[in-house]
Design a protein around this ligand. Structure first.
Ligand SMILES: Nc1ncnc2c1ncn2[C@@H]1O[C@H](COP(=O)(O)OP(=O)(O)OP(=O)(O)O)[C@@H](O)[C@H]1O
Length: 235
């Protein structure tokens, strides 16, 4: 039996003006899997997520999400198709409290979970004592948990995560790793850009390696041990 892919990229090319960054990306990601996108700095990982999220228009190729061609769907409408994006860095609304940030995510999207605070605290119980703190006063790890919680409130079927553990202390990295595992266990597809090889190898079902904007490796994580993964990343 063949399943409909969660995400199918066909011959995708994209860049910034005359700077061509992604070349002929063909990638199929199956529902409920964690797909790690890896590669050295500057190879095009964020550009790929930005293109899937609709922030960059491809110069060629198509993006299909659960059988719907979203290549030309505006970014704010992609959320209605079940696509959520947590970009690199922290983009909470700093002057608003944690609870206000969660309510805003709820109001912004008609598909949202009906009980946003409960839903957020279920995944990230550490946010409970912080509900009335301004988001701008959170630590990096707390802000990242808030960002993930806000994305989940929109009830995505596919979640794009750009380096969710970057700059975050090790104890919180473990919590974020556990949250990603829980999210995937609910059947949500995750496209994960992750620099930490060990973390990606623990979490991912498939590993895709980019180099200079092209896919140089794609396959099940079980086919790779740490040393061969390291070698692929060093190419
Ligand atoms: N706004 C932009 N305008 C022009 N070029 C850009 C822009 N953003 C990124 N680039 C270039 O596109 C290429 C890919 O960058 P991208 O951020 O996608 O790589 P990355 O693999 O995510 O890197 P990192 O791991 O450092 O985040 C780089 O050469 C980068 O300099």
């Amino acid at each position: 039996m063949t399943t409909t892919p969660a995400l199918h990229l066909n011959h995708l090319n994209a860049g910034y003006g005359r700077a061509h960054v992604l070349f002929d990306i063909d990638l199929t990601i199956h529902p409920g899997t964690i797909a790690a996108i890896m590669g050295r700095n500057g190879v095009g990982k964020t550009t790929l997520l930005n293109t899937i999220a609709g922030l960059i228009t491809p110069t060629q190729g198509t993006i299909t999400h659960h059988n719907t061609d979203i290549t030309h769907t505006p970014p704010h409408t992609r959320i209605h198709h079940g696509l959520a994006y947590v970009p690199q860095g922290h983009d909470t609304f700093a002057p608003l409290t944690v609870a206000e940030n969660l309510h805003l995510a709820h109001q912004a999207n008609p598909r949202s979970h009906p009980h946003p605070i409960d839903h957020a605290l279920h995944h990230f119980p550490r946010l409970q004592p912080l509900l009335h703190r301004k988001a701008g006063h959170l630590s990096g790890g707390q802000a990242q948990q808030l960002n993930l919680a806000r994305a989940l409130i929109t009830r995505p079927t596919t979640l794009l995560l750009d380096e969710p553990t970057e700059g975050i202390q090790p104890s919180i990295v473990t919590e974020i790793e556990n949250a990603i595992t829980d999210i995937a266990a609910q059947g949500i597809t995750i496209v994960l850009v992750e620099q930490y090889l060990d973390l990606a190898l623990r979490l991912a079902d498939t590993i895709t390696v980019l180099d200079a904007g092209r896919i140089t490796h794609h396959g099940p994580r079980t086919e790779l041990d740490h040393d061969s993964a390291h070698a692929l990343m060093a190419i």
